[in-house]
Design a binder for this molecule. Sequence first.
Ligand code: SF4
Ligand code: SF4
Length: 188
Amino acid sequence: MSAGPERSCGACSLCCVVLRVDELAKLGGEPCRNLRAGGGCGIHERRPSICRAYHCLWLGGGLEDADRPDRLGAVLDVVALGETHRLEIREAEPGACDRSPRLRAIAERYRASMPVRISDVAAPLDPDAPFRVLLPDGEEQRVRGERVTVWRDGRQVSERRLPWLERQVRRLALAWRRRRLARRRAAA
Ligand code: SF4
Ligand code: SF4
């Protein structure tokens, strides 16, 4: 979407597909209507401010040169959560992380110091869309809807329900996004 301090996006336009852009009523996972057929932004000079400001982890210099998102098959970001951080891996296709040794290696490296959340963009408005969280102590949480299964060393060790508050916040956030999206699309 933009140019980082030392890198430029080059042929990559993956975030213009994978990420959501509220200003354009664009869902995560659907190509932006301004994306040119050969890649690149068709409204570069007047693209929304969020597009101008966005730098994925690679563009900001946080990954190796060879790890450009279109080659990895995922857009990665380190996001601040209060005083802690989390690595977000948004897969362009479900299972990208499992298929890519390089993505797995990056996830394991970051996992040593922060949680790693892996999600795909197949169903951005589905409150039950699955995601995984890799924790530094070797635990993996697989969340689908309101159920969380906990895995260690490839074995499921427990299952529980998401806390009530977390379930409500998640559903309210998605309902609000769905309404706002419908309004923006009706106005477009
Ligand atoms: S995913 Fe990163 S490198 Fe690719 S277009 Fe977006 S900001 Fe640029
Ligand atoms: S407006 Fe341009 S930079 Fe923003 S998502 Fe669309 S194609 Fe990408």
